[in-house]
Ligand binder design. Structure first.
Ligand code: PEP
Length: 245
């Protein structure tokens, strides 16, 4: 039985004053049915971990370097995220794939470094609108999955987030049938790539999840939760999504 996960990605949003939203969320959901995670910008991670300590909301990073330390100005390693109180890290978000030209191989290396630091890696993948229109969605996500999964991925240390690029921050979502088709295909690939673990690895959907559509999306077989951007910034919205899981 896979425990559902609601993961909030604050992206490049959040100042010290916004810690109050996370605190409010934690207080409003002292015993959520699902696992809850907030991934703030790196500047807030340690303070958020302190704010939420003793509660049930975990804290994660939004990216990590492939190395544990070194001459990489401006980067943050998985070891540093763990040291600051993170338990998870998002890798391969489409904004990073696009803004920083991250390849599947780089993402696999980041996920491996997350695992080495004891973090759970949330590996993101998803097709562009042009790829969907060209009928390439299943081939694209299969190739991304094969290329981004590191050696040693397990149900405990790896989560996959299917995030169609065209649905992120746009208010548009795939149909329920389209989400189901991709999640079923990803589950089949995971089972064949990792026979002992593939059934247990959680598959999140991400892309314009909000309180109004959460329950319908979460009812899809093989949707084990959500990666939520904009709607994770406000305790009331993210709380409503958590309650739908
Ligand atoms: C995301 O950033 O991963 C995301 C899914 O964003 P949004 O929920 O705003 O579409």
């Amino acid at each position: 039985m896979r425990r559902k996960l609601a993961a909030g990605n604050w992206k490049m949003h959040g100042l010290a004053a916004d810690l109050a939203e996370a605190e409010a969320l934690s207080k409003a959901h002292p015993a959520p049915r699902c696992e809850v995670l907030i991934c703030p910008p790196a500047t807030l991670l340690a303070r958020l971990a302190d704010t939420l300590s003793g509660g049930t909301v975990a804290v994660g990073g939004q990216d990590c370097h492939t190395a544990a330390k070194g001459a990489h100005t401006g980067d943050v390693s998985a070891v540093m995220l763990a040291d600051a109180g993170a338990t998870h890290v998002i890798v391969g978000h489409s904004e990073r794939r696009a803004d920083h030209a991250e390849t599947d191989a780089a993402i696999a290396a980041k996920a491996a470094s997350a695992h080495a630091a004891g973090l759970t890696a949330i590996i993101c993948l998803g097709e562009t609108e042009a790829q969907r229109d060209a009928g390439e969605t299943l081939a694209v996500v299969a190739a991304q999955l094969a290329g981004s999964l590191p050696e040693g991925a397990t149900a405990a240390n790896t989560v996959i987030a299917y995030e169609p690029v065209w649905a992120i921050g746009t208010g548009r979502t795939p149909t329920i049938d389209q989400i189901a088709e991709v999640h079923t295909a990803l589950r089949t690939h995971l089972r064949s790539a990792l026979p002992a673990e593939g059934d247990g690895i959680r598959l999140l959907y991400g892309g314009s999840v909000k309180p109004a559509n959460a329950a319908e999306i979460f009812a899809v077989a093989d949707v084990d939760g959500a990666l939520v951007g904009g709607a994770s910034l406000k305790a009331a919205d993210f709380g409503a999504i958590i309650a739908a899981l």
